[in-house]
Design a protein around this ligand. Sequence first.
Ligand SMILES: [Zn+2]
Length: 271
Amino acid sequence: MKPIFLYLSIFWLATISACSSNLYRSTNRSYKKQVKNYAKLLREYPVKDSSGLLFADIWVGTTNFTMRRPNFVVIHHTAQDSCGQTLRTFTLPRTAVSAHYVICRDGTVHHMLNDLLRAHHAGVSKWGNATDLNSMSIGIEIDNNGSEPFTEAQMNSLLQLLDRLKRAYNIPQANFIGHADVAPGRKVDPSRFFSWHLLADKGFGFWFDTTNVDVPIDFNALQALRIVGYNINKPDIAIQSYKIHFVPHDTTNVINDTDKKILFDLMRKYQ
Ligand SMILES: [Zn+2]
């Protein structure tokens, strides 16, 4: 290569890398500013209160505490066409949505928010008695348009990430769930292409075994769905979310004999 072309190439590469590092400079500044404000909030004790509650004259702070920890992981697909598009969505204030992690098609992981802060990923949601999943969970978005398989690189990164989170926060095996599970009817992610079976094999969520199951005659499948965690206020959409997760090839909303076996077995694992 002639020296002039070499210099031009170096200049071009330097320009490209400078642009990509500058792209999020102002939103990163916004992140740091918000974290600084929350840090300030943590230092504000005793809290000034005008509710009329009979607070003691002297303040005594305990010496024994840690940060609150996430206890659930909620998995999503982005329903967008690229990681770049999702990073942009999560850095535009007007969208008001975010996640702790985004996993790109090549397996690259973007850690967009400290695990101890609350991301806006689950929205109106319910799982068991938990009604504010955003406050108690880590949100993971997988770059996928919703009608395509997830890549091997993505699944490998996801499994590594789940392993880290499970260890770091001691998250129970039952508490690895999908957006569709906690928001039936409103959400369908991650799609039927997502392998919850693979995740359960690695210790994230449970899977069923229908071979040695004798379902009692008075078995109530809907109550079993409730015990697993589903909000059964609207049975049809609860069944739809259950099928997306556990019987992805079945697009009906009908509970058949196999479903009864599946649910009887799952119920025992989730309760
Ligand atoms: Zn989602």
